[in-house]
Design a protein around this ligand. Sequence first.
Ligand code: PEP
Ligand code: MN
Length: 289
Amino acid sequence: MPRGADVVPDVDINHGLAYPLAARSAKPSPTIVTVGNITIGEGCPVVVMAGPCSVESREQTLTTARAVKALGATVLRGGAYKPSTSPYGFQGLGIEALEILAEAKAETGLPIITEVMDPRLVEMICRYADILQIGTRSMQNFDLLREVGRTQTPVCLKRGMSASLVEWLQAAEYILREGNPNVILCERGIRTFETYTRNTLDLAAVPALKTLTHLPVIVDPSQGTGRSALVAAVCRGAVAVGADGLLIEVHPHPESALKDGPQQVTPDGFAALMAELHPVADALKRGIA
Ligand code: PEP
Ligand code: MN
């Protein structure tokens, strides 16, 4: 089939036809993404994904994995390939980190979410990842989106830091169109004039997306605020506005983290956060997965 045949003219963008597969009208029931025995999506219990920004060592990752598991997280996060604004910044431990995550999964049973940046590494990372994370800086890496779309591994697509909701849904469309229906959207904040917070977390995007798309929506309060002291309150807000899950950075020693120290909560902080989150999830009759 000639690719031009299904090109959608720009004029249709305002009518939602720019993302025909992602549109709410495309599918009567919400998309529920299954990861092991966890379900993510509308009406499901709230899923808490937690762990370090980056895998820095075996001990750091295993300590964190045990702590978040004991406190009720059901997915372990950890960056192996890190997008770094500076080429001199920490780039991640790569394959060594993936092996550490595999060990943490084997011990705790927690499925793994980790970022993929390079389309050539998708196949390899799929052997370790239960959810592929596409970072904000890659949201419009269309070759990468097509590549993850050719797998059936769930994909957590973060919002580009300057992306509109429609642009974000069009990025999701690239993945869906290749045949992978397992897309989760993650709001992680956008660039504004405000600098007190690292990004401006757009919580209104959550209920807005619920009207625009059938896909699950989660929130990352860590990149969203850049400040660990704000993370717990934002988690409660995210669940209150309808988020299907949270992606939270937890580090045993944030002060010495190789990346994103100021926004990572300690295991104690995570315990307090979870205790405050439960009544909100319960009030919405969802609970926490
Ligand atoms: C992260 O989750 O550590 C990360 C780099 O996220 P983002 O792509 O949203 O900046
Ligand atoms: Mn981070």
